[in-house]
Design a protein. Structure first.
Length: 139
């Protein structure tokens, strides 16, 4: 069995964004040479997420509104976490809802997705560099 590891780096200037990272992940898979196995993709920061869904602008808008209703950014005084001098208590909660990671099967050298599935990086506290780990195991 082989394994491959790569980090993808992002620096999102705005506070929140959803970025389709499927092409970068597929490039990692191509470089790995692995044809059958599993791919793990996870956010390495506690205010970011990796998730699978449809690449549709309306859905992303709905996510933004839904997450902001669940955990509004302001007033920042509502979050005890922000008493440490941070202003990102909401980002931690949004990450918890959207998840840390995805695992995708690899079949015949391709990500074995269902219809419309794509991998996304969700940023909830942008303005600095953050990384995503891609770890692939198989043959």
């Amino acid at each position: 069995m082989k394994s491959y590891r790569e980090e993808l780096w992002f620096n999102v200037p705005q506070r929140r964004a959803f970025i389709n990272i499927t092409p970068q992940v597929e490039e990692c898979l191509r470089k790995s040479g692995i044809r059958e196995g599993l791919l793990l993709c996870n956010a390495m920061h506690i205010t970011a997420s990796v998730f699978i869904n449809d690449d549709e602008r309306g859905l992303h808008h709905d996510y933004e509104e839904w997450l902001e209703n669940l955990a509004p950014h302001e007033p920042i005084s509502r979050y005890w976490h922000n008493r440490t001098g941070e202003d990102n208590g909401d980002a931690h909660l949004k990450r918890q809802v959207m998840g840390r990671e995805v695992v995708v099967a690899i079949t015949n050298g391709k990500l074995d997705f269902g219809p419309w599935e794509q991998i996304f990086y969700g940023e909830f506290d942008g303005g600095r560099r953050k990384r995503v780990l891609v770890k692939i195991i198989g043959e």
